[in-house]
Design a protein around this ligand. Sequence first.
Ligand code: FPP
Length: 235
Amino acid sequence: MPRHVAIIMDGNGRWASRRGLPRRVGHWRGAEAARSIVRAAVDLEIPCLTLFAFSSENWKRPVAEVVDLMGLLRRYLGNDYAAEMARLDVRVRMIGDRSRLPQDLMRIVQRLEEASADHKGLQLTVALSYGGRQEIAASARRLAEQAAAGRLDPTLIDEDLLAKGLELADLPDPDLLIRTGGEMRISNFLLWQVAYAELIFSDRLWPDFSREDLEAALIEFRRRDRRFGALSSTG
Ligand code: FPP
């Protein structure tokens, strides 16, 4: 079983337009799919799940779509979801640039994080206004500030130190990255952390991605021979 599964949930817009529906409907169905995948991850005892809900680049979408997505997140991360996360013992946290989120959504996220901080089950991370390069740059900037202030010897800066400044530093790196929607790209998601992840690309559009699809990805993951640059364990 992977210790950490990360998912790029792509294809909501196409799911809707294929049905002649507005993109907004695709996002709503996508949020329902996210909810059922969280439940499946709990049942399957996956320790950590990270979902890419909104990228730093998604702010460039038309205002109406951004407003719809923010409304969706407000609703899903608000009261209903908080109650369910408590029942399932899920700890929720957010990674990404909080300063760009609407104030009320930021407060909703904060409340959910606080209310679930002691939950010991699934560690669920929602990436919102998130960019992998931005995250790495922020960690490098903090180290540079410490070095400039004379508190850090720059020759000591190594992978471990840079990784400690990343937002998910206390979680294992994702072993499995799934992207739905048929595109084969990382799209600036967890760039540092997926260095050795197995990548699985699914043609399923995100609203159609089901528990069975997640289980199939886990089976595929187990078939892969993970060598981390060394020789195969099976010779
Ligand atoms: C990509 O589809 C999807 C998004 C940009 C939004 C994903 C967000 C959700 C599914 C809501 C998540 C909710 C919670 C509670 C975590 P797209 O619009 O890029 O689809 P397209 O490539 O077909 O246009």
